[in-house]
Design a protein around this ligand. Structure first.
Ligand SMILES: NC(=O)c1ccc[n+]([C@@H]2O[C@H](COP(=O)([O-])OP(=O)(O)OC[C@H]3O[C@@H](n4cnc5c(N)ncnc54)[C@H](OP(=O)(O)O)[C@@H]3O)[C@@H](O)[C@H]2O)c1
Length: 251
């Protein structure tokens, strides 16, 4: 089973390099080696490698910045994904892709399921939803994992920002009315490898194609998450100071 991984230097891409190496022949490309905004190179790469599976860990993930960088967000999160979907369909390859809880408006009072209607409120969410829609329309063999609040030891994430800020500030204002599931990149990568292994072993047709919500169990607010992180990192001796946390309401 030949696997082409794109975006190998991100939080998830890095873990996928580890997890996918054990289930097949892995060819991994970072942004430097394949910038997905260069559609021609991207298309040719998929044709040349001719993989059984393309795993797309690339994304424009700067949620706030995307509001002023609209074209770039759509380029990476939607238009490049369309090119991947077309090339995979042409090659008969599976396309594995990751999306986000930002496709929803957050108004539902219970956990979202795959059948809930998306209603993204920001550019990041809208561009990611468009990427999903291209895949579902164009590529008959696909798996889209929607996840949330990804963390890892690598790259930028809430966990690392909070721990870094602990030594810099006396108080931190954190939103206490937004909820999500912190999910490790390690878990996402291991589940992906497990699923792809089963697909490869069974030489599956498109029966298993679809959209799946994939995140850790339970839920928390940003405030409760920050509270836990600060106290735990102090207990473990990672941080010495404990800034006071002020809960604020997002409206
Ligand atoms: N992070 C979260 O909290 C979160 C939550 C829900 C869903 N997701 C989804 O989960 C997936 C993985 O996210 P992540 O946390 O691993 O993100 P990440 O750490 O920001 O990694 C994204 C990767 O994409 C690469 N990339 C960006 N633009 C590119 C381009 N034009 N060409 C090639 N590569 C490019 C980046 O390259 P550089 O390393 O050079 O920057 C980076 O390696 C994404 O689909 C994301 O939307 C993430």
């Amino acid at each position: 089973m030949k696997i082409l991984l794109l975006g190998s230097n991100g939080q998830l891409g890095w873990e996928l390099q580890r997890a996918l190496a054990s289930i097949g022949q892995l060819v991994a490309y970072s942004r430097e080696e394949c910038n997905v905004e260069d559609f021609e190179t991207l298309r040719k790469l998929i044709e040349q490698v001719s993989p059984d599976i393309v795993v797309n860990a690339t994304a424009y993930t700067a949620v706030d910045k995307a509001e002023n960088d609209v074209d770039k967000a759509y380029l990476v999160n939607a238009e490049a994904v369309k090119v991947m979907a077309e090339a995979c369909e042409q090659e008969g390859a599976w396309l594995v892709h990751y999306s986000t809880d930002y496709v929803f408006d957050g108004l539902k009072k219970s956990p979202y399921t795959e059948s809930d209607i998306p209603n993204p409120l920001n550019i990041y969410g809208q561009s990611k939803l468009m990427g999903e829609e291209y895949i579902r329309k164009i590529c008959s063999k696909h798996i889209i994992f929607r996840t949330s609040w990804v963390f890892s030891t690598r790259g930028r994430n809430f966990l690392k920002s909070i721990i870094n800020k602990a030594s810099e500030v006396d108080t931190l204002q954190i939103i206490d009315n937004q909820y999500g599931n912190p999910t490790s990149a390690e878990l996402l990568a291991d589940v992906t490898a497990n699923v792809l292994n089963k697909l490869g072993v069974r030489n599956c047709d498109s029966t298993f194609s679809g959209l799946y919500h994939l995140c850790c169990d339970g839920y928390t607010s940003w405030y409760a998450y920050a509270h836990y992180l600060l106290h735990r990192s102090q207990e473990l001796g990672i941080t010495r100071t404990l800034p006071s946390l002020i809960p604020v309401t997002w409206q």
